[in-house]
Design a protein around this ligand. Structure first.
Ligand SMILES: Nc1ncnc2c1ncn2[C@@H]1O[C@H](COP(=O)(O)OP(=O)(O)OP(=O)(O)O)[C@@H](O)[C@H]1O
Length: 253
């Protein structure tokens, strides 16, 4: 059975039909990458899946439980976490403080302003574990505004992991990164345990083909193809719509 299912999803903005009858079925543990030209509707699809945007028609289910049409926190409750194209970090705080806040926000107890964060032993321990596991321990005291753009994006992925998600949606995790940062982020994604199902929007084909189990091509808001990386890279029609006939393996958006 699929863990995440999108069925016949439609979404318009004031008459502009951005998603048309989109269906996807993603198995537990799968690494599923969404590709498609700019404006194809990829981020809108993420927003509809996570409930950030209301949908016009169709359903989104997780483990058979319908989450579409319900408040956005429902997606979080069923184990979904996501990153955005733009950073959502507290720039004047340190790396460690940002992670502590994210870890603490996922705890059932309420934050108490009179207690310093460090007194929440569990939060501190989980923060340390996340920072060590994802190679940010050495940079824990750095103020976020002083990090490179790529480091900030990496931190965002770590914050999304703080809620121990079952399904993690990453929106262009390597965009704006240096080649070295892209390699580091790709390795981080590859290292994620299969207990986390991944849905990733990505333009960099090196990254796409090094992480994907399956690839869905969105074109003008429709699923043009959904297949294995081998079949996608060999499909001449996809090369044509996506790259005007260029190579799929090493092209950049
Ligand atoms: N809130 C909105 N209101 C109106 N139009 C929107 C809104 N969000 C997205 N759109 C339009 O929907 C279309 C798809 O946008 P979307 O951002 O989903 O594409 P994308 O495939 O993620 O593109 P990119 O690769 O450039 O990020 C675009 O024409 C965009 O202008």
């Amino acid at each position: 059975m699929s863990l995440l299912k999108v069925e016949h999803l439609h979404k318009s903005f004031k008459g502009l039909h951005v998603l048309k009858d989109v269906s996807l079925a993603i198995g537990a543990g799968e690494r599923h990458v969404i590709i498609g030209p700019n404006g194809a509707g990829k981020t809108t699809l993420f927003n509809c899946i996570t409930g950030t945007l209301p949908i016009d028609a169709g359903t989104v289910t997780v483990n058979g439980q319908k989450i579409s049409g319900l408040p956005a926190y429902t997606a979080v409750r069923v184990g979904m976490s996501r990153t955005f194209q733009k950073n959502n970090l507290f720039g004047s705080l340190t790396v460690e403080e940002n992670v502590q806040l994210a870890v603490n926000a996922c705890k059932p107890h309420r934050f108490h302003f009179l207690k310093p964060l460090a007194r929440y032993t569990e939060t501190v321990e989980e923060t340390e574990s996340l920072l060590k596991q994802w190679d940010l321990w050495e940079r824990r005291s750095r103020v976020v505004n002083e990090l490179s753009y790529g480091e900030q994006r990496l931190l965002e992925v770590l914050l999304a992991l703080a809620s121990k998600p079952k399904i993690l949606l990453l929106d262009e995790p390597t965009s704006g990164m240096s080649p070295a940062e892209t390699v580091q982020t790709t390795k981080l994604i590859q290292r994620m345990p299969r207990s986390i199902t991944l849905l990733v929007i990505e333009h960099d084909m090196e990254v796409v083909f090094s992480i994907a189990d399956r690839i869905t091509v969105l074109h003008h808001g429709e699923v043009f193809a959904s297949d294995t990386p081998g079949n996608i890279s060999g499909d001449e029609r996809i090369k044509e719509i996506y790259f005007g006939g260029g190579t799929l393996q090493h092209a950049e958006a």
